[in-house]
Design a protein around this ligand. Sequence first.
Ligand SMILES: NC(=O)c1ccc[n+]([C@@H]2O[C@H](COP(=O)([O-])OP(=O)(O)OC[C@H]3O[C@@H](n4cnc5c(N)ncnc54)[C@H](OP(=O)(O)O)[C@@H]3O)[C@@H](O)[C@H]2O)c1
Ligand SMILES: *[C@@H]1O[C@H](CO)[C@@H](O)[C@H](O)[C@H]1NC(C)=O
Length: 325
Amino acid sequence: MPSILLFGVSGLVGSHLVLALKDKYPDFPVTVFLRNTSLDTYLHDTASVRRIVHGTFDEKDKIVALAKEHDIVINVGSSWDVGLSEAIVEGLNQQPEGKKTTLIHMSGTGNFVDKRWKDGASHPEAKVWDDNNPEDMKLINPSMLNGGPDTVVLNAGKEGKIRTYIVFPSGIYGEAAGPVPALGVIQLVFREKVKELGFVPYVGQGTAIFNNLHVRSITPFMLKVLDHALQEQSPQGSVYERCYLIGGQEVPYKEVSEAFAKLFYAEGLTSSSEAKSVPLEEAGEGELPMLMASDMRFVSNRAKALGWKHDEVGLIEYLGQQTKN
Ligand SMILES: NC(=O)c1ccc[n+]([C@@H]2O[C@H](COP(=O)([O-])OP(=O)(O)OC[C@H]3O[C@@H](n4cnc5c(N)ncnc54)[C@H](OP(=O)(O)O)[C@@H]3O)[C@@H](O)[C@H]2O)c1
Ligand SMILES: *[C@@H]1O[C@H](CO)[C@@H](O)[C@H](O)[C@H]1NC(C)=O
């Protein structure tokens, strides 16, 4: 039975994935690496995790040693931490000569924001990325939002010893499974934004496109990627043909911000239930202003061929339900 090492088990995506691994592959021994020390009983008893190792992503030696001992590494912990991806790759590369290992990395479509326009409007000429076009995937580079680790993973895959697969989700909504109420990146940055500005902004006319997907749709696809990896003793094609862009509805930022504003108003986080248009310079700190200012467009042709589908409740409807609760 192949062993699995999972990073990010206490996060939004990882909390679902660990339970799905238990259901689908109860015999695969799963190791998790996490810094929260109060989850061991849950992870052991409920999620049937075989081995729990505590640590943080800057503990390079621990991560190298663990990756060296496992057949499959799944990283849904960080799409930004270059050191983490380097340590994983280093450990996998230290395995015995001739042994093939697998790395499934989660990145994000924040790479594919078309920054030629930053006015918050949608532009019909904006680039539409296609995961089925290797020429598009070859454009991934360290200057992109998640491009540092992506580059480490792609380079490792090119050397041929590690079978690499990268899944790029768009903005994720929904609730975590398990005891930690992890919001994930996008829901967290909207919350931080309303606390920072006192209102929920959007940039300009707010027609720029935000692609998004429900967390529940991600797990079955991650299992499909895992199945695919398990079947491929020698992967066909280049590393660029093992990249999958996954998303759901395309929603204009104005609608997204309005729905968050209503939720945060109901929760008492802001005195205004309306979102407010601002120029990019007035949208404050962090990555959200950059995302809101431009279109992020892509098609999932390769992911669809592997079985990707999104049939969960849409973002606006989901936030509406949260507002009523
Ligand atoms: N959510 C989105 O909208 C979105 C969109 C596109 C891509 N992604 C990417 O997809 C992946 C999963 O996202 P997510 O929303 O599930 O993320 P998340 O909820 O923020 O989870 C991150 C996980 O990584 C762990 N972690 C972070 N920094 C760590 C450190 N220094 N040491 C040890 N553990 C650390 C967290 O542990 P703690 O519980 O201890 O904090 C948590 O388990 C990430 O790479 C993310 O960038 C997310
Ligand atoms: C650690 O996990 C517990 C749940 O067991 C949770 O209540 C707590 O917030 C987590 N700590 C951090 C720092 O995320």
